[in-house]
Design a protein around this ligand. Sequence first.
Ligand SMILES: [Cu+2]
Length: 120
Amino acid sequence: MGKSKKLIALLVAGIILSGCSSNPKQVGKPEQTSSTDSISESKVEMKSYEGAGIVISIPPNKKQIIIKHGVIPGFMEAMTMPFNVPDSLLLEGIHPKDSVKIFIDYDGTNVVLKKLEKIH
Ligand SMILES: [Cu+2]
């Protein structure tokens, strides 16, 4: 009789444990699928935009350029903001106070400077 009580206790414990461990997995699944959905959505479209602005400053590491840009139709209001520079060659011959035409790519998350053209 003593052995069978222990077996029942083990079975009950096993059911409780498996019940507890399966619940967090079920809660976690919907979150995972929704995050992968948003990643695939952002990969779908890479949009290009053009604008014009004035160079405010170029940080010494040349990873960014701060530009005061005008309205970029369909994308942004006029503002002063930093742009990520993928290649410092883009900044060759560009100096603070220069008027520039800016060509950017936007993947839904990141704004990346594609080309800078000095306006004379
Ligand atoms: Cu902006």
